[in-house]
Every structure is written in C-alpha cells, then in structure tokens.
Write a protein that binds this ligand. Sequence first.
Ligand code: EPU
Length: 424
Amino acid sequence: MDKLVIRGGTKLGGTVHASGSKNAALPLMAAALLPENGRSTLRRIPDLKDIRTFSMLLEQLGAAVDANGGVFSINAENIRSVRAPYELVKQMRASIYVLGPLLARFGHASVSLPGGCAFGPRPIDLHLMAMEKLGATIAIDKGYIEASVGPGGLKGGDIEFPISTVGATGNALMAAVLADGVTTIKNASLEPEIVALCDFLETMGAEIEGAGTPSLRITGVKRLHAAEFSNIFDRIEAATLLTAGAITGGEVCVTAVDPAHLTAVLRAFEQTGCEIVTDTESVTLRSPEVLRRTDIIANPYPLFPTDMQAQWIALMTQAEGTSEIIDKVYHERFKHIPELNRLGAHIEINDNEATIHGPRKLTGTTVMSTDLRASACLVLAGLVAEGETEVLRIYHLDRGYEQIEKKLSGLGADIKRRQYQEFA
Ligand code: EPU
C-alpha cells in the first residue's frame, strides 16, 4: 500500500492548477450511455481511481472507453449488459449513476445496492423514488435494485425531493431526458456538477429548463446524439490547495478554477483574515499573521460544502480561539477528528458539531485515512505538524486528488509517497 510521508513546517508558496472535477466527471460519463450511437468526447477528466473504476463499469456494460490524457471518448452503441455488479459498486457508490441512463434507454437496469459508507448512512431511497415517479417498477432482489418499465418506456412525472440531493437529481435528469412527456423536478440540487450535467445533456439534444435553480423542467426527447463537452474544474480540490496555503501561513495561487463556485469557501477564508484575490480563472490566497477562528455550517450548494468540512477543521486547529463546525449534510462525517487529536489537536465532537480549540501545536505521528476528505484533512495537518507525519491508506486520497503530492511539493511542501506493508 502507499502512504504519504510529510515533514511539516514549510510555508507554501507559488502557483498550482486545479484538475477537472471528479464529482462532475462521473455523471458526465454516465450520461454518455444515453445516445444509441456515436462517440461522445469528454475533456478535462482527471486521472483518478474513481474515474478508472467508473470506466471499468462502463466497459463491463459494453461501452468502449478510450482515455487519452484527460480526454475520454465513450461509445455506448454496443451495450450488452444492464447490470452494475457488486464488485464495482462496492468500490464506488457513484456507480448508482448508471441507473437512470440504463433505465431510460433500455427499460431495465440491475444495480447492486452500494452497502455501507465510511462516514455514516447514505441511503439511495430518493434515487428510487425518482425512478418510480417516472413510471419504473423497483424491486430489491438479492442485494440488487431491479428497475424496469413497461413497453411504453419512462413517462414524464413530477418529482419533489424532500432534501437536496446531488446524486438523485443527476439520476432523475438522466432518466427524464428520454421519458415521454414533461418531467418537473422540485428542490433540485444547485451544485455546479449538476449544472454541468444539464449543459452536457443539452449539448446532446436534451430539453432542460431551469439548470442551476431548484426547479427543473425537462421535456423528454426520442433520442440523444453523442456530443463533446469540457468538464468543469474541481472546486473542492482547489479549495483544499488554498487551505494548504492558509494552514502553513503561505501564499498560494490556484489556477484553473471558477471562483464563482467557491463563493462560500472564499468568504470563510476572508473571515479567517486571509486576503483573497480572484481573477476569471484563478484565486490567490495570502495568509494573515494570525488566523482568526471561523465557524462554518456545511450545507448544500451554494453554502459551505460538506466536502470541505474536514479540511476546514484542520485549518481551525491553527486559528486563534474556539470554532464550531456543523455538518448538516452528513451527520457522522467526523472520522478525521480522533486522528487530528492524535496529532495534538484539541477537538470535541457532539452529534454533528465539532468544537475546535486553537491554536494548537501539532506534532507528527502515524495517522490513518478513513475516507477521501478525511485523508486530505490529515495531509493538511501534516503540512503544519512538527516533525514527520505518515498518512497511511492513501488509496482513499487517490480516489479524488490527482497527483496531490506533486502539486503540494511544487508549492514547496516536503511530501513523499512511499510503499508500506500493512499486517492484518
Ligand atoms: N440522501 C438520502 N437519500 C438518497 C440520496 C441522498 O437520504 O437517496 C441524503 C444523503 O444521505 C445526504 C444528503 O441526502 O445526507 C445529500 O446526499 P447527496 O445525494 O447530495 O450526495 P451524493 O450524490 O451521494 C455527492 C458527492 C459527495 C458529496 C455529496 C454532497 C459525488 C460522486 N459525490 O454525493 O462527494 O459529499 O454529493 O455534496 O458527486 C466526496 O467527493 O468526497 C463526496 C463524498
């Protein structure tokens, strides 16, 4: 297995670029299943473990996937299976994204239930509810979602989500674009990743009104055609790299970002005393002498993202005073806290609220990654800890951060990837 070995204490400085967004790329790749012929081209797809897993899933279904650098061409003419097997779905919950497109195009789909998640319950009931509203019959059989529709195919329907959900909004969209008639989606997710999906679907010939608003109206079309699309930048990776600048007291410019996607995070940085300068596709962060405590509440977009909650907690260990961080999206996403405390942080957790007493001197030791963003949080803590921090099980990190150690060492960090053996 791989680990990262970090010698903390260097102020980071310089310019680094963000990669294409993982969480936008996955539904875009799923949407490439929709056209009956032709080859869709997706640009700026990051080289990540999750992308490779999703490519394997598409190939397993019969799609031809060619990756050349960040350019993926996907031809779904010869789909031979509508079954997403447990072996792949258990590696990545986002595999559920094939449900909507397969059902819409073939009238049935068989997708393994994803099972547990490292940071608490993550049900998929709203994905299923949306498919039922479009006329699908859903059964759960031997751990698989068996979804099917009658001979007339999916029918437009009215879907109202009781909570904001990125994944179920994406699945509903990919099903509704080929359904017969009009579908409305209320309380649709506003995330830029969903707007990107709408844009790609429209490029393929879909009729969607209201992208980026909570109210979507989709008029189903008979067929979609293959198309080309450039993925959006990864706002969470960009924000993580800015945090690396802030936690080390440095000055970092992240290019290849859309600052509009980072409004809530940039506002929070400003509250800590960081100076933020934005340009059309870049953000520069200059750290203050002393970081101020800044409370945040993680919520759906456009508010502060849950995918930055762990990294923000790492930052607050270095801020003056006591800060409160609440996660309203995932109430149990706090596995990083015991590990941060092992590095010397003083953090208490009560339900979905973390109280961080700062500033604390962190001291390097061996810590364990438990999920993607928790791993990023531990790497950030390692950058400021005295001595050497070893972050184990970084396969979690490799799911969502492209060449993170190269990007951080380009900014001056002392960080190396090493192999190690874990004993059972
Ligand atoms: N939810 C339900 N039922 C459902 C679906 C969701 O109760 O059927 C709940 C979830 O348990 C959660 C809330 O709704 O409490 C929001 O979940 P959402 O559906 O928005 O999450 P997701 O689509 O499964 C995506 C990202 C996550 C990110 C969340 C929230 C991808 C592949 N994943 O997950 O990203 O945390 O949205 O923004 O896009 C990550 O990148 O580290 C990551 C976990």
